[in-house]
Design a protein around this ligand. Sequence first.
Ligand code: TYM
Length: 342
Amino acid sequence: MSGSTPPATTGRILSGIQPTGNLHLGNYLGAIRNWVALQKDFECLFCIVDLHAITVWQDPADLTRSTREVAAGMIAAGIDPAANALFVQSHVPAHSQLAWVFNCVARLGWLNRMTQFKDKAGKNREAASAGLYVYPNLMAADILVYKATHVPVGEDQKQHLELARDIAQKFNNDYGVELFPLPEPVIRGPGTRVMSLRDGSKKMSKSDPSEFSRLNMTDDADAIAGKVRKATTDPNPLPDSVAGLEGRVEAANLLNIYAALTDQTLEQAVAEQAGQQFSQFKAKLTETAVAVLGPINAEMKRLMGDPAEIDQVLKRGADKANAIARPVLQEVYKTIGFLPSA
Ligand code: TYM
């Protein structure tokens, strides 16, 4: 897997996001912002993965609200739902149907190696849902039911992508076909691994109990300022080279965030902020984060005022997605030897 940027105008992109809790800066910088850039050159499908969300308990009313909110966030960030398919996973039954086939292709040994399952299941593995365990098989189905060739994600999804490739390869080998392409991850830029604002060694995540660990796409200017002010730092001024970030995880994280928000490389951001005290740098970071997230936040609120319109957009997206996914599923069923249904 190269993890590089695909050559323009070849292939099809699929990516997904869970409607669990608030969208945060990691989702934006690691995924959504790249999707916005890639949509110019590629046929894209963007999926709100509600089936994945219920692998851990979700309050039904929150799940409904979050699903619309994620759609609003993606549109507000610049995804064009007319040019792409923006849809909800449970509206396209072929995802679940192909996932079952993949449950029979993937090996237990492969799933046992998935670090995200170990992290999410925690110490009490026996109490985790079976869905959480086979989660990566459904993710492979999300991608391969469209024969997607490229998958733009944050760094944390890399292992799942490797599994999707293994599944595609094994299916092709077992049945002697070239049905599935081996999807390439697209992991790029300084925002591919945004860390917690409280602990620079932990990923920024929706499930962190501390609200101060993340900037949400719904945060207003005051909330952003408060969270950046409270972000963990160290006593030294910012270094003048990337090498000087060695062992300074919090400084590295804030500079990475700043680099991603200002469309610079980490090297450029470090050179720009060299020698600054954290207090000065945090003021600059706040101003930048508010400038980027503020307009998205305002547009999200506006869109959330018309849930029926969001539902319409998602329905049109599901129609497009179903039109691609259904024939691929039929091709898979035929290859396996299932008797045609009618
Ligand atoms: P999810 O919902 O956790 O995250 C959505 C996207 O945001 C990225 N991301 C991050 N990037 C940088 N820093 C962070 N701290 C950070 N946190 C999250 C994720 O890498 C992801 O790209 N399993 C997936 C959803 C999924 C999917 C798919 C993705 C289901 N099917 C098919 C791609 C293709 C997940 O839980 O993402």
